[in-house]
Design a protein around this ligand. Structure first.
Ligand code: KIV
Length: 271
């Protein structure tokens, strides 16, 4: 097991972590509650993303469009109560940064007050005013482009983005606009590896890839995917455990012991 971190991971530390400057790849994983944050932090990850994917992975929704700022603040606060040394990034949910800058800053502040050290939002150049507003209010912002799940209806499903030269070029332009607006890192999701590499090369801040190939400055996975809690996972996921099956087997063993009368045993009883 890794040694516990002695110092917290900060936004400037993440911003400087370009692999071409000799830094190790950044490791980010989602967590949505205190036990998840404790597991991730004990494993020594650099960043914990309280993703709006809490919608699919925990709350039983079909897509991420269902969660609200209040939902995200609730889960961000639970993660923050674990006091991780990893940087906690709170995901701004759909419609919390689309209306105007004031509304965006207020929603960003809600996640910061819940315990996030930064917020993340999806989109490209169209988000520049909102990002500038957040940064002006001292709220660090992580960008997210490529396959952006909050655009599921516009994209016509969860489809790999940037497959044509024009689309790849437009993603690179968007990525530069995010950085010019003040993003300290950019998640790149669901693009061909060559596009992930080109965006990483073009930016002076780290890219964190998910289904974006090995050249990114870091990688992010959903905790419930990498632990094998979700029954099925996309192609880009590596399942490091099969906790879903193990958990079902454990509960089935408990049920069998109760039904056969062997639980509780004498050692499990107060006398
Ligand atoms: O919400 C989430 O889990 C995310 C990651 C897929 C980057 O945004």
């Amino acid at each position: 097991m890794p040694e516990p971190r002695s110092t917290p991971v900060t936004v400037p530390v993440v911003r400087a972590a370009k692999r071409r400057d000799g830094h190790l790849p950044l490791v980010m994983v989602t967590a949505y509650d205190a036990p998840g944050a404790r597991i991730a932090d004990a494993a020594g990850v650099d960043l914990i993303l309280v993703g709006d994917s809490v919608a699919n992975n925990v709350l039983g929704y079909e897509d991420t469009l269902q969660v609200t700022v209040e939902d995200m603040a609730h889960h961000t606060a639970a993660v923050a109560r674990a006091r991780p040394k990893a940087l906690v990034v709170g995901d701004l949910p759909w419609l919390s940064y689309h209306l105007d800058v004031v509304d965006t800053v207020r929603n960003g502040a809600t996640l910061i007050r819940a315990g996030a050290g930064a917020v993340k939002l999806e989109g490209g150049a169209n988000r520049v005013p909102m990002i500038e507003g957040l940064v002006a209010a001292e709220i660090p912002v992580m960008g997210h482009l490529g396959l952006t799940p909050q655009s599921i209806h516009t994209m016509g499903g969860y489809k790999v983005q940037g497959r044509t030269d024009a689309a790849a070029h437009s993603l690179a332009v968007d990525a530069k606009a995010l950085v010019a607006a003040g993003c300290f890192a950019v998640v790149v999701e669901g693009v061909p590896a060559a596009v992930g590499a080109a965006i990483t090369e073009a930016l002076d801040v780290p890219t964190i890839g998910i289904g974006a190939g090995p050249a990114c400055d870091g990688q992010v996975l959903v905790l419930h995917d990498l632990l094998g809690i979700n029954p099925t996972t996309p192609r880009f996921v590596r399942r490091y455990a099969e906790l879903g099956q193990e958990a079902t087997a454990a509960v089935a063993a408990y049920a069998a012991d109760v039904r056969s009368g062997v639980f509780p045993a004498d050692a499990e009883v107060y006398h």
